[in-house]
Design a protein around this ligand. Structure first.
Ligand code: 9WO
Length: 264
């Protein structure tokens, strides 16, 4: 998998290249990354990448020309490095985009990566979006000072799906089973010590009975998801991911318990 990033701050991406799961996978050449700086595609002495917005208003807008050249070089580099015949998809990091989710991450793996464009200032010239961007992608309803952090989050979510990246094969399987496949929230985790400031560990987890533990974890997942994200329960049901036992457990739950009110 290869990512090509368009960004005024190429050093940002040293983090995903060097740290943790993504860093180790990068060192093992399981994925690669190139950053294209729009400033390298300017032609004036000041290397200008932004200008004032037509119609007035605060701040500056990223100019279309340097962005389009950066994307063009990224596409050309992918063609010669990967032998691609089709252009890669180009995703713009924007709160006005389609919501990025686990299926988008799987699609990135499927397509061998993509080009991610990170805006700065107040935004980018719409004519660049119309000409070069496949789709804007959003991580949620909040505004940042640039698209670099969302791009790194997206890279992280895709890299950890690559075969061989999560070295413990059980961990990879359980993780994708719990999130991508079942679409439910994960059950709570506990580790040592067995007593922490007067609080114990659910006794089932100390029992060594793996079948009962799996049932308990499934029920905790269902309970937590029903309380915090009832929309995900409906989605899982529509996708046929809930068993008769799951449905029976959900019916046994007290209705409409307000979330986040434990111990109050
Ligand atoms: C900002 C914006 C605000 C309201 C409606 C649409 C918008 N588009 C943009 C935009 O493209 N902003 C650029 C990228 C330049 C300013 C910083 N940018 C940005 C991206 N801020 N926040 C994001 C972002 C990206 C993905 N998920 C959440 C936030």
């Amino acid at each position: 998998m290869r990512f090509d990033i368009v960004s005024l701050f190429p050093e940002s991406f040293d983090i995903v290249r060097s740290l943790g799961v993504t860093g180790r996978a990068y060192a093992r050449r399981l994925w690669s990354l190139a950053v294209w700086n729009p400033r390298d595609y300017t032609t004036d002495v000041h290397r200008t990448v932004d200008d004032r917005p037509y119609g007035g208003g605060p701040g500056m807008v990223m100019m279309a020309e340097p962005l389009e050249h950066a994307v063009g070089d990224a596409q050309a580099a992918r063609r010669s490095a990967l032998g691609n015949t089709r252009d890669a998809a180009v995703f713009l990091m924007s709160p006005a985009g389609r919501r990025f989710d686990q299926r988008c991450a799987a699609r990135l793996v499927d397509e061998g990566g993509a080009i991610l464009v990170c805006g700065r200032y107040e935004g980018v010239d719409q004519r660049f979006v119309d000409r070069c961007v496949t789709e804007p992608w959003s991580l949620g309803d909040f505004v940042l000072s640039g698209g670099e952090i969302p791009a790194m989050a997206i890279i992280d979510s895709a890299v950890r799906l690559l075969p061989g990246v999560l070295h413990d094969p059980d961990s990879a399987r359980e993780d994708s089973f719990n999130t991508a496949l079942s679409g439910l929230l994960d059950s709570p985790h506990y580790t040592r010590p067995e007593q922490y400031r007067g609080q114990g560990v659910p006794s089932i987890l100390l029992s060594g009975h793996h079948a009962n533990i799996a049932v308990w974890r499934r029920e905790q997942s269902l309970r937590l998801t029903a309380a915090q994200r009832p929309d995900l329960i409906r989605q899982a049901r529509e996708r046929g991911l809930l068993s008769a036992a799951d449905e029976a457990f959900l019916r046994s739950l007290p209705v409409n318990h307000p979330p986040g009110t434990a111990n109050r």
